[in-house]
Design a protein around this ligand. Structure first.
Ligand SMILES: Cc1ncc(COP(=O)(O)O)c(C=O)c1O
Length: 402
């Protein structure tokens, strides 16, 4: 056989174009550096990670151990085991007074799985999804991963860093398919008032779009309880999780409640993407709704409230500006214009010099990130006090604008 003298150079495979739009968590570098500093013997006050330090609730732990001891872990139905779907349905009846049939509930791998599924079921290439900026960064990436176009709408203190009907109307285009709201919000901890949510829903419905409500921080509010968007109708996609209120991040379990007409597609897609949610996590989660577990979780919620009530005034006194009281989640999103025009550099400097780890605004969107940082506060108050002490000292020496 006559081979050509030189084989043609093969084209180098490259990632899909969408990958250019999917950013890593910038804060991972801060976390890695904090770990390095700890390995060198420094103590770091870590207010970065979006989860408390508590162990899982005792009954959940015992349930998981029983499952392991029995030695059987298998695939489950794609939409989750029936007892858990029914337990979630009960939760809505008891907590919110809303009837949600188990048939509309899909148990998922974290609310991350639910968000990806929602975008996969809803979006055609180029469909736009309107989201608040600042917002949880993965939400725009879920949209992009499913070939949609996330449209960040800058929000500020005037709307409590939330979307409003007026903003949705103003940014709606013929390509808009859905609006995603998140209340309480990450990173701002602020809420959408029920009437404002109703107004957004009306605008979305009138335009033939879909409202998606990320309710992952429900249960973690420090004023009146927040109603679920499901109260407004059964045409809304609602996402929730065992990660935050239930304190089960490591189980990777959440759920999606979708309008009935979409459940066939939800079932099909989740089966293809994930086969099923994790068996052990689902069976452990059955114990999450037990009154003894809820008692533990409610005690923890009171601690988070006390932690917020300590940290919020302390940060304001240091000169951070927090124009809207965060009424939920466990975050404070602070404007630090007084200290810096580059919070990325600021966070690095605070970590190196003061040993306090906080998240730069860059991770939450394009809306003035260089003047904002996020504090994650579910930490013992003495640790928060130490963080504040260190920040005070740091700001006294290096706090003026560079
Ligand atoms: C607003 C929001 N949505 C969704 C998630 C995803 O959480 P999980 O997949 O653990 O349920 C997070 C995690 O921090 C979040 O803050």
């Amino acid at each position: 056989m006559n081979l050509p003298e030189r084989l043609p150079t093969a084209a180098v495979p490259r990632s899909a174009a969408r990958m250019a739009d999917i950013e890593p968590f910038h804060v991972m570098q801060v976390i890695a550096r904090a770990k390095e500093l700890e390995a060198q013997g420094r103590t770091i006050v870590n207010m970065v990670v979006g989860e408390p330090d508590f162990p899982i609730a005792p009954l959940v732990q015992q349930a998981a151990m029983r499952v392991l001891e029995a030695g059987h872990l298998h695939y489950t139905p794609a939409l989750g085991i029936t007892p858990l779907r029914e337990a979630i349905s009960n939760w809505y009846r008891e907590r919110y007074g809303v009837a949600v049939p188990a048939a509309r509930i899909a148990v998922t791998t974290g609310s991350s799985g639910a968000l990806l599924l929602t975008m996969g079921v809803l979006l055609d290439p180029g469909d736009q999804v309107l989201l608040a900026d600042p917002g949880y960064p993965c939400n725009r990436h879920f949209v992009r991963a499913m070939d949609g176009e996330p449209v960040g709408i800058p929000v500020g203190p005037d709307t409590a860093y939330q979307l409003s009907a007026e903003l949705v109307e103003r940014h709606w285009t013929p390509r808009t398919k859905a609006v995603l709201v998140c209340s309480p919000s990450n990173p701002t901890g602020t809420l959408i008032p029920p009437l404002a949510l109703r107004a957004i829903h009306e605008v979305v419905r009138a335009r033939g779009g879909v409202l998606i409500s990320d309710e992952i921080y429900h249960g973690l509010t420090y004023g009146p309880q927040v109603p679920t968007a499901l109260e407004l109708g059964d045409d809304i996609f609602v996402i929730n999780s065992f990660s935050k209120y239930f304190g089960m991040t490591g189980f990777r379990l959440g759920w999606l409640i979708a309008p009935e007409a979409f459940m066939f597609d939800v079932d099909k897609l989740t089966g293809n993407l994930f086969i099923s949610p994790p068996d052990i996590a689902q069976r452990a989660a059955l114990a999450a709704f037990h009154p003894d577990t809820i008692r533990v979780l409610e005690e923890r919620r009171e601690l988070y409230r006390a932690q917020r009530d300590f940290l919020l005034p302390a940060l304001k006194e240091l000169g951070f500006d927090v124009p809207v009281v965060p009424e939920g989640a466990f975050y404070i999103y602070a404007n630090c214009r007084r200290f810096t025009d580059d919070t990325h550099a600021f966070c690095w400097d605070v970590l190196e010099k003061a040993g306090v780890a906080i998240t730069p605004g860059l991770d939450f969107g394009d809306n003035d990130p260089r003047h904002h940082v996020r504090f994650s506060y579910p930490k013992p108050i003495p640790l928060l006090e130490e963080g504040v002490r260190r920040l005070r000292e740091y700001l006294a020496h290096s706090g003026s604008k560079r």
